[in-house]
Every structure is written in C-alpha cells, then in structure tokens.
Write a protein that binds this ligand. Structure first.
Ligand SMILES: Cc1cc2nc3c(=O)[nH]c(=O)nc-3n(C[C@H](O)[C@H](O)[C@H](O)COP(=O)(O)O)c2cc1C
Length: 185
C-alpha cells in the first residue's frame, strides 16, 4: 500500500529464494556479504524503465489497475505528460525518469523497513553492488529484461541473531534540523 507518484508503482520486487542465484549475487554484492547468507529473505527492487506518459504501462495503470473512467483518464494523461516533459523535465535524459522511479522505490523500501521493525523484524537496504554486474546475472538467468528493468536496491530482512555490536549513531538533532521561527525571519 506504499504510495507512489500518480500511483504508477514504477518498480518490480524480486524475492530471491533460489539458493544458487543468491550465492551468485552474494559473490558480486560487496555490501551484502554478512546479510545475504543469513537473511530470511533477500529482496531486490528493480526500477521499471517504461513509465513514460505515452507507454502501454501507464494505460494499464490508469485503466486496469486504478479502473478510472475514460473521462478522468483524459484529464489525467495530459497532466502526466506535462509533469514528465515540463514540470520535472524527466524526459531530457532518460536517467532522470529512472531516478524518479528510484525515488518511488525508496518510499516503498522505507515503508517496508518501518513495517518490519514494528513487528520486530530487522532489515538492511543494500546498495553495495554494481548495477551492471547484477543486471548481467539476472539477464543471464532470464529474470529481467534489461530494456524494461534495472536493479535499484536490495533489502535483506530477518530476525536478529544477536543484539547489535554497536549503539546506533546519528547526528545531533540541532545539527540535522533547523527551526525557522518568526524571530529568525
Ligand atoms: C540506501 C541505503 C543503502 C545501504 N547500503 C548498504 C550496504 O550496501 N551494505 C550495508 O551493510 N549497509 C548498507 N546500508 C545501511 C547503512 O550503512 C546504515 O543504515 C547506516 O550505516 C546506519 O546504521 P544503522 O541503520 O544500523 O543505525 C544502506 C542504507 C541505505 C539507506
């Protein structure tokens, strides 16, 4: 139920349960050396590369997923076009569209981690890998189509085996947050 821009959910989630594939991915994921072999589940969020205003995918989301009436779709689609072409300029370089899909992924990732924590399950997002190398492995096994998907972030989840070795460290709240009150303006 994570929200996403226009409700387009521009991603796919893989749950990597095949042990051999997981081993292959572990070998190339420097950031998951401790987590992958011990996690209950290893997820991979892939961005969808086809979430352009004029794509079949957008039609599918509006018509089938959201079941919007034709007259609402007629209002919606020009707004999506304007958003992508002008407001956020996502089509100037295709990388922008992909990064925008990635932003939606991190909302879902954050919700996943918070929801897991609420029920006592630990999680660790993992960006310590080469997108190219992981793509090659998934393409080799026919799991993703590189024209349509690109690995974005892993998330390993499971119950902790032991308490954390070190306490959590965060910047001081006054370094992180600046309060702007009337007397500062
Ligand atoms: C987007 C993202 C990517 C991360 N990638 C890795 C990773 O590849 N390997 C790893 O061990 N931790 C990774 N982390 C975890 C951070 O290192 C960790 O959250 C941070 O050091 C703070 O530690 P704490 O969350 O245990 O307090 C990642 C966290 C985020 C949000």
């Amino acid at each position: 139920m994570s929200p996403s821009s226009f409700g387009f959910q521009p991603f796919q989630v893989l749950v990597i349960r095949d042990k051999k594939l997981l081993e292959e991915l572990t070998a190339v994921t420097w950031g998951g050396q401790k987590q992958f072999p011990t996690a209950s589940e290893v997820l991979l969020f892939n961005i969808r590369k086809d979430v352009r205003f004029d794509s079949d995918y957008i039609d599918h989301c509006l018509k089938t997923v959201r079941n919007l009436p034709a007259e609402v779709i007629d209002i919606y689609k020009p707004l999506v076009k304007q958003h992508q072409e002008q407001d956020f300029k996502l089509l100037h370089d295709i990388r922008y569209l992909h990064d925008w899909a990635g932003k939606q992924i991190y909302i879902a990732l954050g919700n996943l981690m918070s929801a897991a924590a609420e029920i006592g399950i630990d999680s660790c997002p993992i960006e310590g890998f080469s997108i190219e190398t992981v793509t090659d492995i998934l393409v080799k096994h026919d799991i993703i189509d590189p024209a349509l998907q690109e690995p974005c972030v892993f998330c390993a989840i499971g119950y902790r085996a032991a308490p954390p070795a070190r306490p959590k460290a965060r910047r001081d709240i006054n370094e992180l947050i600046k309060f702007i009150d009337a007397e500062n303006v």
